[in-house]
Write a protein that binds this ligand. Structure first.
Ligand code: HEC
Ligand code: HEC
Ligand code: HEC
Ligand code: HEC
Length: 191
């Protein structure tokens, strides 16, 4: 009698566990909405500000989603046992276009998943800090969702690690050299 009751209970609880582990099915609800890189471009494209938009656009981060649309990417996904195209595979999107999983209601009309690893991937959703009066004041901006990463080492390796199927284990990760390729400082005289 007890055995008959236990089996369905066990089956039920293990399927609940599976559902909880498969986070790709539930959309993420971040605290702050995403507005898209072109909304940051408005202010972050001049020489005086430091051309952050152009620097990003010319970096590989801006084409990280497009990379998933290549034959090479599809082959990697297939070899790893995925049955979907790379650009539709959550296990690839999580690093190449992390907002793929964000609830649509939190994505503004200009936000494009196709922009890959973009401003708000690293700096947090900008809907609440984009106003000049807030942006100018670091403390206010942070209180409204801006994320600043003082420690590159821990931040960059959240994606640049051996979970990346193209990761070359014999190549040491030199975060400072990587940062040199994508850094986008505000020139001293603008501050
Ligand atoms: C209305 C203009 C405007 C918009 C839109 C804007 N910014 Fe800014 N942002 C500024 C100004 C002005 C500063 C201050 C720059 C300085 O240090 O002089 C700033 C500073 C920053 C800083 C440095 C903050 C600090 O305290 O070190 C980051 C990071 C940043 N912006 C990211 C973004 C991102 C990401 C977006 C889009 C989601 C965005 N900004 C949209 C005007 C803007
Ligand atoms: C959300 C995940 C993510 C984070 C966080 C991230 N990256 Fe990347 N990065 C990528 C992906 C994906 C690519 C590959 C883009 C492509 O080629 O399609 C990449 C590529 C690069 C490249 C180009 C490599 C080359 O061959 O030239 C550099 C440089 C780089 N990242 C630097 C950094 C630095 C520095 C940080 C931390 C400040 C960082 N990344 C944080 C996902 C990330
Ligand atoms: C843990 C994060 C992460 C995951 C998950 C991930 N990638 Fe990447 N991917 C990266 C990074 C980082 C790079 C850039 C490496 C570099 O050049 O430093 C990259 C680069 C690539 C490249 C370009 C390689 C080259 O030599 O130009 C392809 C293609 C690629 N990834 C496909 C995939 C596919 C397909 C999946 C899913 C099966 C996937 N990635 C999952 C982080 C990731
Ligand atoms: C791969 C992650 C990444 C991406 C993509 C990215 N940033 Fe940054 N950004 C950083 C890091 C790390 C710093 C240095 C620490 C900090 O201030 O957050 C930084 C610094 C900044 C600063 C301050 C520079 C200074 O001198 O004080 C501004 C402004 C900024 N980013 C704007 C942008 C804008 C606008 C975009 C998109 C066009 C963008 N960032 C894309 C990671 C990124």
């Amino acid at each position: 009698m007890l055995g008959k009751l236990l089996i369905p209970v066990l089956l039920l609880s293990s399927s609940l566990l599976l559902a909880a582990a498969d986070s790709t099915k539930t959309a993420e609800m971040p605290k702050h909405g995403f507005i898209g890189a072109t909304a940051c471009e408005m202010c972050h494209h001049t020489d005086k500000q430091g051309k952050q938009f152009e620097i990003w656009q010319n970096s590989k981060h801006a084409s990280a989603y497009k990379t998933l649309q290549t034959d090479e990417a599809n082959k990697i996904a297939k070899d790893k046992g995925f049955t979907t195209a790379a650009a539709e595979t959550p296990a690839c999107l999580k690093c190449h276009a992390p907002a793929y999983n964000v609830d649509k209601s939190m994505l503004g009309p200009k936000y494009k998943i196709e922009d890959g690893v973009q401003c708000e991937t690293c700096h947090g959703g900008g809907a609440d800090y984009k106003m000049l009066s807030i942006m100018k004041d670091s403390t206010k901006a942070i209180a409204n969702g801006l994320v600043i990463h003082a420690d590159l080492k821990t931040f960059c390796v959240t994606c640049h690690n051996s979970d990346n199927p193209t990761f070359k284990a014999d190549q040491a990760i030199d975060v400072n050299a990587m940062w040199d390729k994508i850094k986008h400082p505000v020139p001293q005289e603008a501050k």
